[in-house]
Design a protein around this ligand. Structure first.
Ligand SMILES: Nc1nc2cc(Br)ccc2s1
Length: 242
């Protein structure tokens, strides 16, 4: 997978050199290219923003640097006509979730446009949509100072799903939000800590019973913390919650 990130703070993306994502890059599973938007601003101060038409507080990111940066990215396509999905993190976007992470992990090329200030001139979205798929994507109903943190979160969520990135692929299956439910509680040694025993079922060696218990725990935890995720069909599994 090829990933391009355009930002006025390229160093913000440095953590992507660490841990699993960094290893995926070194293993050649991910080709991550970070671009400084100011390289595409041609005035002496490498200006990328200006005051908003219609008034209002703050500054708006100008269209020209973005169009040049995106043109530069498109010009380095690995195959003629190949296009990325352009993801623009923004509080007003469609919610990012595990389903979208899994869908995006199947795409070959993602590009992230990290806005700052009050946002990006609307004509950039229009211009880009004539050249590639554009998605405005939100991590949640809160406002950050820019798109970089959101982009890194999405990149981690997507890249970890690529084959070979996470050592034990089976661990991806039982995580929160895989299968639509939150994950079951986890325990490790010692069998008793602070006077708190590990649930007896987990020491029973009865794998069918353990699986039933874990599924029930997922249902109960989801009902308590995220009832909105519970299956609408009412098919709540073996023991249900009714
Ligand atoms: N939740 C989010 N807030 C923001 C703010 C800016 Br400015 C750019 C992107 C995002 S994503």
């Amino acid at each position: 997978m090829r990933l391009d990130v355009i930002s006025i703070f390229p160093d913000y993306l440095a953590p992507l050199d660490l841990s699993l994502i960094g290893k995926a890059r070194r293993d050649g599973l991910v080709d991550l290219r970070v671009h400084d938007l100011r390289d595409f601003a041609h005035d002496r101060h490498r200006t990328v923003d200006d005051t908003p038409y219609g008034g209002g507080a703050g500054m708006v990111m100008s269209a020209q640097p973005w169009s040049e940066a995106l043109t530069d990215v498109l010009g380095t396509a690995d195959a003629p006509g190949e296009r990325p999905v352009l993801i623009v993190p923004g509080p007003g976007g469609q919610p990012f979730d595990q389903a979208m992470a899994r869908e995006l992990s199947g795409r070959g090329w993602l590009a992230f446009a990290c806005g700052r200030y009050e946002g990006i001139d609307e004509r950039v979205y229009e211009w880009a949509a004539e050249r590639m798929e554009v998605r405005v994507v939100s991590l949640g109903d809160y406002v950050l100072n820019g798109g970089e943190v959101a982009a890194m979160a999405m990149i981690e969520a997507v890249v970890r799903l690529l084959p070979g990135v996470v050592g034990n692929a089976e661990s991806l299956v039982e995580e929160s939000h895989e299968g639509g439910l939150l994950e079951y509680p986890l325990y490790t040694k010692p069998a008793e800590w602070d006077g708190r025993p590990v649930p007896e079922v987990l020491l029973s060696g009865d794998h069918a019973r353990i699986e039933r218990w874990r599924h029930q725990q997922r249902l109960e935890r989801t009902a308590a913390r995220r009832p909105d995720l519970l299956p609408r069909s009412g098919a709540l599994g073996v023991d249900g919650l009714a």
